[in-house]
Design a protein around this ligand. Structure first.
Ligand code: PSU
Ligand code: MN
Length: 308
């Protein structure tokens, strides 16, 4: 018996928006439980939903709650995910079957948020940054499952690029091999999360939400597997000084290596360390770039609906 409803629960508001062809924007929960400290994480997650509503779209925060992929968490569920923080297991594709079968909770990464969004019929997902190829991956083989998901699941992901805790050049090579278009929102340069500069080019610059929607529509219509990445630079007013942030990232990487941190703990460790080293400045930048991404995500979701 293939009974998806045992594992997937779509909030009524999200379901009816999708049924009516209205724009919906998916949101992840690892950024809540593992990416930011409480209570900023909850405040941010709730404000993000408000921004999406102001833009005329419906937000769908996604998490695994008691063994169900929940698409459209309630305020109480968001508060619960934020408060429990690191006690909520970080759930990537490989974790999904066991967490669902055992009726457990999980904070969905970009990977699992894409999976649940696609199952529910949501096409646009906005977040902060994606995982990628880690520096030194030629020996550690540490490559985020996010890249493979982008290669196979038809969701457009809006992010601010990836942090230079990753090897941005190798991440772009990987995405090219997997046939994932990397678009720049009103920029030719791939943004690097806290800064607008990475020194790498995107594949195509997009100047409007309609441009992005048309490219994604073409991909879907031609049955080309996988998603797309829309990278949206942090607003100038919140961008951090390149040398300052890179020095802190390097210190966090050194500490990670020294402590022998491995596997899925690496990304949350680095995020937390950088936040501490910068005395919260990077957290503020992180929050602002997410706000900017969900605003663009909402506009793209609207353009996709209008093009239908
Ligand atoms: N990058 C960020 N903030 C985040 C993450 C990445 O700047 O919160 C989270 C996302 O959920 C992403 C995950 O999918 O970390 C990637 O983890 P890993 O590198 O273990 O695949
Ligand atoms: Mn990893």
């Amino acid at each position: 018996m293939n009974d998806l409803s045992r594992y997937l629960q779509v909030a009524p508001e999200v379901r009816s928006a999708l049924d009516a062809g209205k724009p919906v924007v998916a949101l992840e929960s690892t950024i809540i439980s593992h990416g930011m400290p409480y209570p900023k994480n909850v405040e941010t997650a709730l404000h993000v939903e408000e921004i999406i509503r102001q833009h005329g779209a419906v937000p769908a925060t996604i998490a695994i709650i008691r063994g169900k992929m929940t698409v459209g968490c309630t305020k109480e569920e968001i508060e619960y995910l934020g408060k429990r923080g690191l006690d909520v297991p970080k759930a990537s594709r490989r974790d999904l079957p066991v967490l669902l079968a055992r009726g457990e909770d999980g904070a969905t990464t970009v990977t699992t948020t894409m999976i649940a969004a696609a199952l529910a019929g949501i096409k646009v997902f906005a977040t902060g940054g994606i995982g990628g190829v880690h520096r030194g991956a030629e020996t550690t083989m540490d490559i985020s499952a996010d890249l493979e998901e982008l290669a196979q699941t038809p969701v457009l992901v809006v992010c601010a690029g990836c942090k230079s805790i990753l090897d941005i050049g190798l991440t772009l090579e990987y995405l090219e091999t997997k046939g994932v278009p990397v678009l720049g929102y009103r920029t030719q340069e791939m943004p690097a999360f806290y800064t607008t500069h990475s020194g790498f080019q995107v594949d195509y610059q997009m100047d409007s939400p309609e441009d992005v929607a048309a490219a994604f529509r073409a991909k879907l219509d031609c049955g080309l597997r996988g998603g797309m990445l829309l990278t949206n630079p942090i607003p100038d007013a919140y961008a951090m000084d390149l040398d300052y942030i890179n020095a802190n990232i390097q210190e966090a990487l050194d500490e990670c290596e020294k402590l022998g941190i491995r596997g899925k703990k690496i990304t949350p460790f680095l995020l937390d360390k950088i936040q501490k080293l910068t005395g919260g400045k990077s957290l503020e930048a992180n929050i602002q770039l997410v706000y900017n991404n969900v605003a663009v995500g909402s506009e793209v979701a609207k353009a996709l609906c209008a093009a239908n």
